[in-house]
Design a protein around this ligand. Structure first.
Ligand SMILES: *[C@@H]1O[C@H](CO)[C@@H](O)[C@H](O)[C@H]1NC(C)=O
Ligand SMILES: *[C@@H]1O[C@H](CO)[C@@H](O)[C@H](O)[C@H]1NC(C)=O
Length: 398
């Protein structure tokens, strides 16, 4: 008996939505009538009125899913319980899970938790199926999500993390250094993933690339290089505002101190403003010392190897000038010492001549001759240091 009831129940439930082949009707029984709430025995005499004739009807209404006097009619669509007199107002009592509306013909919003929605209004009864969704019908994205399925997170730099349906930030950016509708760009002068690095100071227009901070539109002024930290060709010094000396090959010089990398032929010195000696072969001399690098044209000429001193032609640096002074000094001291020695030699020669003359006129007078085999010794000042020359004490006789 229990078994039969179960089968009938399943068949009745299965009936919903299927074409009108009601089991209840063909059996011509009261199987789809509700039981007596006080007596579950389901005696026909109890649940059916006027059982003997064809005009019988269910006494306590219909089982869920049926309507009509004999409960021979299925409730419509996804309505799982309708009034016995459904025909008169066509309002369903209970919708199956996932449906709502007067005849339960509408699907619940797709993102309602557990597919549960209010039978009349369709609002989700258990909240939303995921935190990506919001709204009574869970049909809009939660604050920090966007996209058709609300599965795209809002751009990370949106203020409060909130964005619109298209992903543009709702309320600007979370910090001033970001810009763009989605706050995914850096303001001018900043770079890096977080836009918190400052572009190199000499970038033209302060523009640099997002990734590595290299200047985007070239450099300001006389600067060069990817980050504009170097001087462009022919420039050196503070702010690269100085021009390399004219005599540097290709006008290339050290960008810090302006020293020529190489001098053009015929010149030497830090600024290549000193001329090689005219006696240097091929007019080539050492860039640092000025000495003829390939030897001399006239090897007889004394001092061919010596650098010629030239007046610096305008653009000398301080160091070059002090170099020049140093050379002048050396030559002047050398000259003075040489002159002094020369004078002493003259005096010595005169002294000999005078002594010889004196000996000729006064042959009786004997004196000791200085030892001529002894080499002359000079001290640094070029003064004769051989004591023999002073030892005879005969100066008074001259
Ligand atoms: C930039 O931001 C990152 C991460 O927020 C941080 O680690 C870094 O120190 C910041 N750099 C500067 C220069 O502020
Ligand atoms: C600096 O940038 C501007 C704009 O991009 C450009 O017109 C100009 O030529 C740039 N200047 C230099 C020196 O590259």
């Amino acid at each position: 008996m229990l078994h039969l009831t179960l089968v009938l129940l399943i068949v009745c439930r299965m009936g919903k939505g299927v074409a009108q082949v009601p089991n209840c009707k063909t059996e011509n029984t009261c199987d789809c009538c509700k039981s007596n709430p006080n007596d579950e025995s389901r005696r026909l005499s109890d649940i059916c009125n006027n059982q003997q004739g064809s005009s019988w009807s269910c006494k306590y209404g219909c089982k869920d899913g049926y309507w009509g006097n004999k409960c021979w009619n299925y409730c419509p669509g996804s309505c799982i319980s309708c009034p016995q007199n459904y025909e008169s107002n066509k309002v369903c009592n209970v919708c199956d899970d996932g449906y709502y509306g007067t005849i339960c013909a509408t699907h619940c919003p797709a993102n309602c938790a557990d597919n549960q929605c209010d039978k009349t209004t369709g609002t989700c009864l258990q909240g939303c199926a995921s935190t990506n969704w919001a709204g009574k019908k869970c049909n809009v994205c939660a604050d920090t999500w966007y996209g058709i399925n609300c599965d795209s997170p809002c751009p990370r730099n949106c203020n409060n993390g909130e964005c619109k349906e298209n992903g543009d930030c709702t309320d600007g950016c979370s910090a001033e250094r970001f810009t763009g509708m989605q706050c995914d760009q850096c303001i001018t002068g900043r770079y890096g993933v977080d836009c918190n690095k400052t572009c190199p100071e000499n970038c033209n227009d302060s523009m640099c690339t997002r990734e590595d901070g290299n200047c985007l539109n070239g450099c300001k002024g006389n600067f060069a290089g990817e980050r504009c930290t170097r001087c462009k060709t022919e420039r050196y010094g503070t702010m690269c505002r100085n021009t390399c000396p004219d005599n540097c090959v290709n006008k290339l010089c050290d960008e810090k101190d302006g020293i020529c990398l190489k001098c053009i032929t015929g010149f030497y010195g830090k600024s290549c403003d000193l001329a090689c000696s005219p006696n240097c072969k091929d007019n080539v001399c050492d860039q640092n010392t000025g000495k003829c690098a390939l030897g001399c044209i006239d090897t007889e000429e004394n001092g061919c190897d010596q650098p010629t001193l030239m007046e610096p032609n305008g653009q000398t640096s301080d160091t070059v000038t002090s170099d020049m002074l140093e050379r002048h000094k050396i030559i002047m001291i050398g000259g003075m010492v040489g002159g002094f020695v020369f004078i002493l030699v003259i005096i010595q020669v005169q002294w000999f001549i005078l002594r010889r003359m004196s000996r000729q006129t006064n042959t009786e007078q004997r004196y000791i001759t200085p030892d001529q085999s002894k080499p002359e010794e000079k001290n640094e000042e070029g003064v004769y240091a051989n004591p023999d020359y002073y030892g005879d004490g005969n100066f008074g006789e001259l």
